[in-house]
Each structure stands twice: as C-alpha cells, then as structure tokens.
Design a protein around this ligand. Structure first.
Ligand code: BES
Ligand code: ZN
Length: 865
C-alpha cells in the first residue's frame, strides 16, 4: 500500500473539474543558491499579491523540507504552520514580501527531480512538480513569475554557473568561491525554472533572428564530448529558422543554452533559455550514434526549442492541459523532421510509433483522453496519448483548416495568449476563429478516450456505374467511459481502377455520424478503395479488401503512406491467418515485396520501411488472445519464406546498399544504410549458411554505428556463436562510453532468441548494470518488457523479473519505475495462465511497503482499470 503519511497529507486524486484560480500571485521572485552537493542553502524572496477579495492564507508547496526561517516584509515571522508538505502563512494585507530559507541535499536526490547531482555537476528538473523540492512556492503552472537567480559555488568544482534568461552579473569571492546572477524577463511558471553548476565546456554559435537580433547559442558538455555536439548545434540553428519560416515565431532572449547530463528521467526539458538534455539526445558522432540517434537528436532539439512558444510564452493553465503544449509541440517537431528528409518515411515512422505505444494504451487499463479528467500522480500522464495522439488531434485540425486557416489559428493563439496560461479549449477556439470552422463536435477528441474503429465496405454495380462506400464508426469502451459519442473523422479517400489509374481526385470526407454512405457515379471499371490516406485520422480501418486489392494498392497507390499501409495490411492479414488458422498463403506478400524491391522509381528509404513485417506486438494486437509463441513462429516463417524466395533480390539490394563510400549523414546515405540492415535481416532469416559471416564482416568493417549495430542486431538474433565474439568486441571497444553500452544491453534485451530471459537476468547482475541511471535501467528492464516473445516466454519468470526490478527501482526513482510498468498491465490480452501470473506480480507490487504514489497509481489502475 501507499504509505499512510503521504496518503493522509494530500488528497489521492486531483480532478480537472475542481480547478480554482490561484489565491495568491507571485509577480516576482529572487532566488539565492549557496550551492554544494551535500548541502545547498536556498533563500527565496517572493513578492506575493492577493488575487481577489478572499481571506485565505498564503499556501506554498514544499516536498520534504521545513523552512529554517520565514520573514514577512523583512521581519522574522513565527506565525506559520505546516499542513503536510505545504507551508501556510496568514497575511493581513494584499501584497507582501515573503522570504524563506531551506537546506536541500542534491547528492541524496536519487529521484532526479528538483536539484540533483549528475556526473559531478549540479542540475535541476522541475516539470511537473519538482520546483517544490527546491523551495516553497505555489508550484502550479498558472502562477507566472519573473525570476532573478543568484548562485554561489566553489570556483574549481563549478566553474560554470547557468540559469534561465540572460546573465547580468558575476564575481569572485576570496574563499575560492564565485557567483553569478541571471535574470529572466519573461514571466514563467515554476516548472520552467532551471540552473546548472558544473565543469562544462560550450560549443558556441550565433543565430540572427528574423528581426536581426543576434542570439548567443551554447551547447554545454564535458570537455571531452565537445566534438560530439556539432549535429545538435546545427539542428538547433535549423530549427530556429524553421520556426520563423513556418510559424512566424522568433526567439526572444540574448542567449540560448543547452546542457547535456547523463542522469535524466526523460529525453529533455524546455526550461526557458536553458534547456537540459539527456546526453543521449545531444552527443553524436558516426562511430557511436546511429542514423536513428541523429534523427532523434534533431527532433528533440527542435521539440524543446519549439516549446519556447508552445509551452513557455504560452503555457498551460493546469496539468490537465498538458497536451496543449506537448501534443502541439510534437506536431511541430514532426513537421520539422518531415521537412528535413523524406516526409513519407517520417509519416510511416510516426504512425508506427502511435500503433506501438498509443493504440495499446488506448485499448488497455491505462486509457485516458488527451485531456484527462483526473490523476493521482501527474508524471504518470506524460503518455503516448498526451503526446502522440495529442499530435494526431492537432494534425486533424490542420487538415480540416488547411494550411492558411491553420496558420491564422496558430498566429491568433500565440498572439492572444502570449504571457498567459491557457487551456486546450482556448486553443480550439483560436482554431475555429482562424479557420472559420465550427469544432464543437470535434472537441470530443479531447474528452473521449479509445481508438475509433471504422468499417469501410465498397459495393460496385458495374451496370449502373455506381459505387457505394458504406462507412461506420464505433469506439470500444474504456475505463470510466462505457459509451462513446461519434467522433469527427477527416478521412482522405480515393478510388482506383484496376488498370492502375485513379477514378477521380482524392477527397476529404468528414465522417461525423455513426454511419454514412458515399456514392460515386460513373464508375465503370471495378474500383479499389484507398482510405485514410496519409493516416488522416488516428483510427483503425476495418475493410474487406481482398489480398489482391491490397497487393494492387501496394504497387499503384499514389499516396506513399497508403501504399505502405496496403502492404502492412496484407502482411497483417497473412500473419493473423497463420496464427488463427494455422496456415496462410505467403504468396501475395512475397509478390508485393518483390514488386516493391524491383520498383526502381521508389525512394530506397521508403522501400526499406515498406518491406518490413509488422512487429510481433502489432500482430498480437490484432488477436482476441495473444499467443506470443504462435505470433513469433508465424512471423519467422514468413520472414524465412521472404528471405529464401527473394534471396537474389536481398543479395543485390545488400550489394547496392553497400557500395557507399565513407560515412556521410545525408538522406540517400541513410536510406542505403537502412536498406542494408533490412536486407541483411532477410538474408539471415532465409537461413543462408553464410549469413553470420556476412553480418560479422559488416560488423568488423563498419565505419559507423548504424552498420555496426545493424550487424550486431542480426547476430544477436541468430544462432551463430559469432554473436558472442561480436558482443565482446563491441563491449571492449566501448566500455568507457555509457550511451553505447546502453545499446549493448538493449540489443541483447530485444533479442528474439530462446535464451533472452536468461541472458537478461544475467545482464542485470553485470557490473555495468545499475538502476540508478535511468538510461541504463531502460536499456535492459524497459527493453525486455517490450520484447513480446521474451517477456512472455516460459513460466512467468519474465513477469517476476520485471516486478522485482520495478520494486527496487521505485525506492530510488519512482517516476522511472512507473514508466516501465505497462507491460504487466496488459494481462487481459493473454491466456488465463499468463494473466494470472501477471496479476500475481501486480499484486505483489501493490503489497510492497512504502510504495510511491507513482507506482501505486500505475499498478492499481493496471490491476483494476
Ligand atoms: N516537457 C517535456 C519534458 C518532461 C517529460 C518533463 C516528462 C516532465 C515529465 C519535454 O518537452 C518532452 O516532451 N520531452 C520528451 C521528448 C520529446 C521529443 C517528445 C521526452 O523527454 O521524452
Ligand atoms: Zn515536450
């Protein structure tokens, strides 16, 4: 059970409908930090003003501290009390100056929330509710303050002192310490506060904004990592220019700093003028980072930069509005990435992520709307639903409004709400006004959870030349929402004739009722339906298209996403038949893959994605009850058949893709490397004698991490003993590089081999394994949990392993532990025996004394939801 003390101190559940504006505002705050890893003194001076005619006391959030002193209007004050973690002070007037002093202990902060130590440096993470672990403050996003921050620290250990905004003064003290003062002129919520003190070096550049102001950019890392910061710095400058061009948004301070730290709960954080990043989203060179890492770095740098407007200048009224900044900013970073390379491949990747992470969430016990109604622990709501479905909802709005209407809407939103804390509804209202549309019914996307299912049946009467498309939508119940109202679904559709030509132009059809019929006249040729083109709505399409029609679309559809989708559906139908009927005709898939490989007009980056089979997990999602072994066997059989039947094509694709010279990071070079890995995977799947030799040769000759890790993955999934040699070589080569060692752990945890559960258990005892570093914990425990075959192999040992590690991790870092729980919550999807073993582990977690609120919420919802 959750421990009695915290359960008593605060209500367990926070509800959206209970929102009340703040009683007290804090227009200004001055912070003074006397920094030391073991003991840091924090003095805060808050100018507080009563927000309306009420008589309630000032209440300041804390977390674990008691103030050493409290002054009101400069005078020591004893008339304060603690209500749990909250400091309560009765105040007579409507404006006062409150000073508090606390002492905190960064080196004991294993939660990595608030002020903590990482690799000898001190840094902060405040979103969502970490600022209260630093000082007493109304720690809610609708209290916006101007910050002045002074830091004093030992000059040798902490030569660099950074905070939000612009530096205003600094100096030396005669005891070996120094100080710096920073001021952020933009009022901001406390979750955007940051400071960093450390021994860091900067890769610097400048950026001249659209109105001609020069901004000093700096990416701060340990000195030896400086050569790995070029890519992030160049991505930052491209992102700054992109936001000016596409959204008209200009940067607003004289400096923009990014600091990379090794211990970080998330990917990165958008603190005003001082972004703090997990080093995995900054550091890259060809020898240590894959193409996917390079892409992710650019995307995350852009994402956090874009928050300067969507999140910082306009922030959230309360945490229920989280998707207002996160969904919108993901949509913005997706648009940015699409513009840097192949937009079609980017869309395929984004939809794959949605299906891998969000659809299962929406179909399980943790389902929630993109604007939730309640939470116990807000950090559990940084979910794929808020982020990725939130981005899809913005994308639908953009589709409905068209480019000009959407830009008018975002201009209005940024203009009207600049400097304020807004709501999702404020955003939607701006969109309605900007686009001249009514989004009343569309708003259901904000309040209803669950993935809509759309059935699409096309009838054709050759005699009359009439085709009729019958559409119906239904959304399955989700926890707390048994009945759903119809959504507004913008569906892009088009008909093709069997000769391969389009029968008319693409149309955008708004399905806003439970059922609809669309009639097409003058259709003499037998039509084939292309629907939800570009994945225009985040729904599941159920159509009765034959494998011939899907094969046809996979070769002829002129929307690249729809073409990919037809191939995926064909593969999915084949695999589901193999699992449920015990047999399937592989021939249509093989023919479709052959044609795609042979189509010289197609971008190789697209081909590499299109010929990949859907994942084990996605195939499992199509089944009534998941049988992980049956799915694995069916998928392996199809892979082997594809590998064997198309052996010559894979060999020549591999040879073509291997012709590149020395490493360059460019779209065609990336496409070649991707194709090379995919072809290698099929060569290995075919069972070819020399497959391990080919992989090992690629592994040894590689001049970049993409090829090296691609080869390693193939070896680690295979039977050859060469995998042992490769793993050793890899480990020894990179034993000093934590980010690459994460790949070493992760590649083994994701292996499809029978012995993966045993290997993972052994790796958990490896001297380089530690739960204290979130990246390392995720690379082993997190990866194992999403390896469908390995996690569910055997007698429940995988479930026990996960629960043991979550219980241990919860004591150090509850947020990271809670994030890794969802695989256990999927018990309803499996057979009775597996479900029972999974429930036993959830119950064991819940019975752990001193469990965090984070893990308690995730485990109890997973068990009962
Ligand atoms: N604001 C978040 C960081 C964050 C995440 C704070 C969770 C508190 C809890 C940041 O903007 C973010 O969204 N980061 C993502 C990466 C992004 C590219 C989607 C992350 O950290 O995973
Ligand atoms: Zn974000």
């Amino acid at each position: 059970m959750i421990d009695a003390q915290s359960a008593l101190a605060a209500p367990l559940v926070t509800r959206r409908e209970d929102y009340q504006p703040p009683d007290w505002l804090v227009p200004d705050i001055a912070l003074d930090f006397d920094l030391d890893p073991s003991s840091t003194r924090v003095t805060a001076i808050l100018d507080v003003t009563r927000s309306s005619a009420h008589e309630r006391p000032l209440r300041l959030d804390g977390d674990g501290q008691v103030p050493r002193k409290v002054l009101v209007d400069g005078v020591p004050h004893n008339d304060w009390r603690m209500d749990g973690d909250t400091l309560e002070i009765d105040l007579p007037g409507s404006a006062h100056r409150i000073e508090t002093e606390v002492v905190i202990h960064p080196d004991r902060n294993t939660q990595l929330m608030g002020l903590y130590a990482s690799g000898g440096n001190l840094c902060t993470q405040c979103e969502a509710e970490g600022f209260r672990r630093i000082t007493f403050f109304p720690d809610r996003p609708d209290v916006l303050a101007r910050y002045v921050v002074k830091m004093t620290a030992d000059r040798k250990r902490f030569p660099v002192l950074l905070a939000n905004g612009d530096p205003i003064a600094s100096g030396d003290l005669d005891d070996g310490r120094h100080w710096a003062e920073w001021r952020d002129p933009f009022p901001k919520p406390s979750y955007l506060f940051a400071l960093v003190a450390g021994d860091l070096s900067a890769n610097r550049a400048t950026f001249t904004t659209m109105s001609g102001r020069e901004v000093q950019l700096g990416i701060w890392v340990r000195e030896s990592d400086l050569p790995k910061t070029e890519h992030a710095l160049s991505a930052l400058r491209i992102a700054m220019a992109w936001d000016e061009r596409v959204y008209g948004r200009e940067y607003d301070l004289d400096v923009f700093n990014i600091v990379a730290v090794d211990d970080f709960n998330f990917g990165a954080m958008e603190n005003k003028g001082l972004n703090i990043f997990n080093s995995r989203y900054i550091l890259a060179d060809p020898d240590t980072a894959t193409d996917l890492d390079y892409d992710a770095i650019a995307a995350v740098v852009a994402h956090e930069y874009f928050h300067n407007w969507s999140g910082n200048r306009v922030t959230c009224r309360d945490w229920f509005q989280l998707s207002l900044k996160e969904g919108f900013t993901v949509f913005r970073d997706q648009g940015f990435s699409a513009d840097q390379g192949s937009a079609a491949v980017k869309r395929i990747e984004d939809v794959r992520t949605l299906r891998a992470a969000q659809f299962p969430e929406d179909a399980g016990p943790l389902a929630h709307p993109i604007r939730p109604d309640s939470y116990m622990e807000i950090s559990n709501f940084y979910t794929a639903t808020i982020y990725n479905k939130g981005a899809e909802v913005i994308r639908m709005i953009a589709t409905i409004l068209g480019p000009d209407g959407f830009r008018a809407g975002t201009d209005l939103y940024f203009d009207r709400y600049d400097g304020t804390a807004a709501t999702c509804d404020d955003f939607v209202r701006c969109m309605e006004f900007g686009g001249g549309v009514d989004l009343s019914q569309f708003r259901r996307w904000y309040s209803q959870a669950g993935t809509p299912r759309v059935s699409a049946v096309l009838d054709h009467d050759a005699g009359s030349g009439r085709a009729t498309l019958r559409l119906a939508q239904r959304t399955p119940p989700t926890p707390g929402q048994p009945d759903k109202e119809p959504f507004v679904l913008p569906l892009k559709l088009k008909l093709f004739g069997t000769a391969g030509t389009a029968l008319g132009a693409e149309q955008l059809y708004m399905l806003d009722r439970p059922t609809a019929e669309i009639v097409f006249d003058g259709v003499t040729d037998r039509p084939v339906l292309s629907i939800n083109r570009g994945f225009s709505a985040p729904v599941i399409i159920e159509s009765d298209r034959s494998s011939d029609d899907l094969k046809f679309l996979s070769a002829h559809d002129d929307d690249p996403f729809a073409r990919y989708e037809a191939m995926q559906q064909l593969m999915l139908d084949t695999l589901v038949a193999a699992v449920t009927l015990g047999r399937a005709d592989h021939q249509p898939v093989i023919e479709a893959v052959r044609r795609t490989l042979e189509d010289a007009a197609l971008d190789r980056a697209f081909v590499a994605e299109a010929v990949l089979l859907p994942s084990d997990a996605f195939v499992g999602d199509q089944l009534e009850t998941v049988d992980p072994e049956a799915v694995f066997r069916a998928r392996e059989a199809l892979r082997r058949d594809l590998g064997k039947t198309l052996a010559d094509l894979w060999r020549s694709a591999y040879a073509d893709a291997s012709r590149a010279g020395a490493f360059v990071y460019s779209p065609p070079a990336k496409a070649a490397r991707r194709m090379r890995s995919v072809a290698l995977g099929y060569i290995a799947a075919s069972g070819a004698e020399d497959a391990a030799d080919v992989a090992f040769a690629q592994f040894e000759a590689a001049d970049n991490m993409t090829d090296r890790q691609g080869a390693l993955t193939t070896l680690v999934n295979g039977k050859s003993d060469k995998r042992i040699a490769a793993l050793d070589i890899f480990y020894n080569r990179y034993s000093g590089d934590a980010l690459v060692l994460d790949k070493w752990f992760q590649t083994q945890a994701l292996s499809s081999r029978d012995d993966t559960p045993a290997v993972v258990a052994e790796l958990a005892r490896h001297p380089d394994f530690s739960l204290a570093n979130p990246n390392r914990a995720r690379s082993l425990v997190g990866a194992f949990g999403v390896n469908q075959r390995a996690f569910h192999l055997g007698d429940g040992a995988g479930y026990r392993f996960l629960a043991d590690h979550l219980i241990a991790l919860d004591k150090l870092n509850p947020q990271t532990a809670a994030k890794l729980l969802p695989p256990l919550g999927r018990w309803r999807r499996f057979d009775e025996k597996r479900a029972a073993s999974m429930k036993v582990e959830l119950e064991r977690i819940l019975a752990t004394p001193g469990l965090s609120k984070d893990l308690f919420e995730q485990a109890s919802r997973s068990l009962n939801g």
